[in-house]
Design a binder for this molecule. Structure first.
Ligand code: SAM
Length: 248
């Protein structure tokens, strides 16, 4: 079957994946929010709220500054901006345009949308109290490189939060989650967006992405401290947290 749209490699650490990923997100940008909420049954709102809750102690400090990487259309950035100033960064222009248009729905929340590559961030070292990335790390050409950049721009004592699809840990739930992700998501995604390739890429990239323990080990290897994770939806999604050492 020929699927409409670009076909990035779903495997991790594939050189050259970058351009195809950016084009894929540009193609699906107009339907991205609608499909996100539809495919997750709106639970994605809870995952983002949970991410804010786990970083809120730092966000609530005076003059706190947060960076939301791979921000897409900005849902996590707007949630963070309830508590702190936020820079929302993505390399896909059409996603950022939609994010900027949504700003009027969140009066008083300061989220500045900036075009930039998560592997080569246009920000100084030690600039942010909190750095988040939701459903973005899996899409990077190089996961270690993305984690390295997150650590570089964090202030000492700052926290990184990685929200991403992961490996379900409850056996019965695992079969249901896999069936849904591998069979249902591609069908609904293709029908609603018209770009079947993107919604075949999604489950394939989730299969290729490291599980909870492996990702924790990768964060530790890059130098993050106090690495821990929370399973959400039985581990189908996980939030990993790690800190930059406060005294260096
Ligand atoms: C699945 S979307 C997630 C969007 C948003 N964070 C959310 O939770 O809905 C992945 C986003 O990552 C962005 N992205 C992928 N690779 C990137 C990179 N190297 N630099 C910046 N953004 C990137 C894409 O453009 C896309 O907007």
């Amino acid at each position: 079957m020929k699927l409409a749209g670009v076909h990035p490699s779903p495997e991790v650490n594939v050189p050259g994946k970058h351009a195809a990923v950016r084009q894929m997100f540009a193609e699906i940008a107009p339907n991205y929010d609608r499909l996100n909420h539809l495919l997750s049954g709106n639970i994605d709102r809870y995952w983002r709220w949970f991410t804010v809750r786990k970083t809120r102690d730092l966000l609530s400090q005076p003059n706190a500054l947060a960076l939301d990487l791979c921000c897409g259309t900005g849902d996590l950035a707007f949630a963070l901006a309830k508590f702190a100033k936020v820079i929302a960064c993505d390399f896909c222009h059409p996603m950022l345009v939609i994010g900027r248009e949504k700003a009027s729905r969140f009066p008083g929340r300061e989220a500045r949308f900036t075009e930039g590559d998560a592997l080569m961030l246009p920000f100084a070292d030690k600039a942010f109290d909190v750095v988040t990335i939701s459903f973005g790390l899996r899409n990077l050409e190089n996961i270690d490189g993305g984690l390295k950049e997150m650590l570089r721009v964090l202030k000492p004592g700052g926290r990184a939060a990685v929200l991403e699809f992961s490996q379900p840990v409850v056996p019965v739930f695992s079969s249901i989650a896999k069936f849904y992700m591998n069979r249902i998501v591609p069908r609904i995604g293709a029908r609603v967006s018209g770009y079947g390739a993107a919604y075949h890429y999604l489950p394939a990239s989730v299969r290729a992405f490291p599980g909870q323990r492996e990702l924790s080990a990768m964060m530790q290897a890059e130098g993050f401290q106090r690495v821990r994770y929370h399973n959400l939806m039985g581990g189908a999604v996980a939030l990993h947290l790690g800190e930059r050492q406060s005294i260096e």
